[in-house]
Design a protein around this ligand. Structure first.
Ligand code: ATP
Length: 273
């Protein structure tokens, strides 16, 4: 268990702190003594093999307990319990791994539902809420689908609606379980560009489960690797996302390829050896 972090963000106040988190689900030990902090504007990727416990951990970090957990999770300096359900729902957004629609609803109604934590019990969505929902739909290129029934959408279209919904909720901290699921390459980049720009502009932060280490390196500031048996490695994306660490993580030898990106950053891609 190790932390490898640079000092560039240390001058800021962390908005999210995790200390000594022990987590087990069924027979799986997900983490032992896990600790890290997230700062305003930071994007953190969680990576690991299937079944290692990424979703279980993300859910616990988002205050939606799964499995047996001990340790401290502080959002803006307070526990979820101290915030209460409604206040914490305004602070943090949750994008689930699977979108499960039970009933017919239009795309716009679904996206506007992101505003619900912000509304009083008896109030309806305002014109501002609707404008925010429409802007979020436009941001993911789904404006033309506003009147469509969500039950008729393709997997990738439904995922873009889920991203628009969390954008409409407009939380300070985004928890996203595989936000790129079902998306083609073009839309994967579009969603990550959108989040990166929002993090930079509005200082919101994101913790997300990703399966593509090259994209995690390109878009995230930090990374948390879950190795199984509770072992983990956390630190800056460039320190953690290396061929050695990822070969160990996935149990398969990987080659690292570096390429200068248009933004002047060195991009790192990993391919099976
Ligand atoms: N309620 C449960 N009872 C027993 N085992 C469970 C329970 N929930 C999850 N598990 C197991 O715990 C492990 C971790 O599950 P989790 O969904 O967190 O993995 P993951 O890393 O997100 O996987 P994937 O990459 O496949 O989405 C899996 O082996 C899963 O089968």
């Amino acid at each position: 268990m190790m932390s490898l972090h640079g000092s560039s963000v240390d001058v800021l106040k962390a908005i999210f702190k995790v200390a000594d988190v022990e987590l087990r689900v069924g027979q799986t030990q997900v983490s032992k003594a896990l600790g890290f902090e997230v700062y305003p504007g930071e994007m953190l990727a969680i990576l690991g093999r299937n079944g290692v416990g990424k979703s279980t951990l993300l859910s616990c970090l988002a205050g939606l307990p799964r499995g047996e957990m001990a340790g401290d999770i502080l959002l803006g300096g307070k526990t979820y319990q101290a915030w209460g359900d409604r206040a914490s729902a305004c602070w943090r957004g949750w994008l689930a791994q699977k979108q499960q629609d039970q009933f017919s609803a239009t795309v716009l109604e679904t996206v506007i539902s992101g505003r619900h934590p912000h509304l009083n019990r008896w109030s309806w969505e305002s014109a501002d809420d609707r404008a925010l929902a429409l802007a979020s739909l436009a941001a993911v290129g789904m404006t033309d689908f506003a009147a469509r029934d969500v039950l008729t959408l393709s997997g990738g279209e439904r995922q873009r609606v889920a991203v628009a919904t969390i954008l409409t909720q407009n939380p300070t901290l985004y928890f996203m379980d595989e936000p790129l699921a079902h998306l083609d390459l073009n839309h994967q980049i579009e969603v990550l560009n959108l989040l990166r720009a929002k993090a930079k502009r509005e200082r919101v932060s994101a913790i997300m489960v990703l399966h593509e280490p090259g994209l995690a390196h390109r878009y995230c500031d930090s990374a948390l690797l879950l190795f199984g048996e509770g072992e983990w490695l956390y630190g800056s994306a460039s320190a953690v996302l290396t061929a050695d660490n990822l070969s160990r993580l996935y149990g398969y030898p990987l080659l690292q390829i570096e390429n200068p990106g248009a933004d002047g950053q060195v991009q790192r891609w990993f391919v099976p050896a």
